[in-house]
Design a binder for this molecule. Structure first.
Ligand SMILES: NC(=O)c1ccc[n+]([C@@H]2O[C@H](COP(=O)([O-])OP(=O)(O)OC[C@H]3O[C@@H](n4cnc5c(N)ncnc54)[C@H](OP(=O)(O)O)[C@@H]3O)[C@@H](O)[C@H]2O)c1
Length: 250
């Protein structure tokens, strides 16, 4: 794990720590930006340290610290929770946004691609949350666990592994909600439809304007994080009203 340390975090902000995985991605980077504006201290996680450095170059360094790690490696996830920032401050939430989509016909889809998809999208989220729960219990202040799912959890053509990995999150989060009901630990699932990204640049401009923006998801997550402990959400499904690319592929 390569750390890009920033040691100038003040005490107040250290008590508002959020871990965001997938921080170099389309949605994860928007979530980081919004949470910085909302006054949190972000531990941003992804593999590509160079991209992380570039993306957050102009962000308030006091509010973001990048950690380069491979979430396919369970040891690295454990190590994340021994981070000096987490020893000094309070973990308020974890947003599991790292994810991969591999598509292909069933007969030729490799078992390696199946396993990697399940390992990152499902098991990685589970292990991240398991470690976070231990930390949050020690802190006795609760916290929020947000998994980023997908509308494809209902099944999508040539995306069986992805759909399975995301529908597994539905069962996982519903179960955690039952287990932690009555505590201040709040597990939630946010399932977006298709988001405007570099990939959707091929779609014509009028349609592009109608697509869900990563900022729409980031703003919603910022709101969810700010809700009081008494509030819980079932799966939050968010999609573009007029044109959701998901429906073209599902
Ligand atoms: N885009 C959409 O339309 C859409 C719709 C519904 C749901 N979602 C879900 O939203 C989440 C984010 O999607 P996105 O479009 O922002 O994806 P993206 O742009 O492809 O970003 C994926 C992120 O995951 C990280 N990542 C991938 N493999 C990793 C690994 N082994 N270890 C650590 N980090 C890893 C990537 O960083 P590095 O490569 O630097 O590691 C990157 O930060 C995913 O869970 C996705 O399934 C996306």
């Amino acid at each position: 794990m390569i750390n890009i340390p920033h040691n100038n975090h003040n005490t107040a902000i250290k008590n508002k720590i959020i871990i965001v995985t997938g921080a170099t991605g389309t949605i994860g980077s928007a979530i980081c930006d919004h949470l910085i504006k909302a006054g949190y201290l972000i531990i941003a996680v992804a593999r590509n340290a160079e991209k992380g450095k570039q993306l957050f170059e102009n962000s308030n360094k006091e509010q973001i610290s990048f950690r380069s790690l491979d979430l396919l490696n369970n040891k690295a996830i454990e190590q994340l929770f021994t981070d000096p920032l987490l020893q000094q401050g309070t973990l308020r939430g974890v947003i599991s946004c790292a994810g991969i989509l591999k598509r292909g016909q069933t007969e030729t889809f490799s078992i390696e691609d199946w396993d990697t998809t399940m390992q990152l999208n499902t098991s990685g989220t589970w292990y991240l949350f398991q470690n976070a729960i231990k930390k949050m219990k020690k802190q006795s202040q609760g916290g929020m666990l947000i998994a980023i799912g997908s509308r494809w959890n209902k099944g999508a053509k040539e995306a069986a592994a992805y759909a399975a990995s995301k529908s597994a999150l539905q069962g996982m989060i519903a179960s955690l909600q039952k287990e932690f009901a009555g505590t201040k630990i709040r597990p939630m699932l946010v399932s977006p439809g298709s988001v405007a990204s570099p990939m959707s640049k091929s779609v014509n401009k009028a349609i592009q304007a109608e697509l869900l923006s990563p900022n729409d998801i980031a703003a919603m997550i910022t709101y969810v994080l700010a809700t009081p402990h008494r509030v819980i959400f079932d799966e939050i499904v968010i999609k573009a009203y007029n044109y959701d690319l998901t429906d073209q592929h599902a």
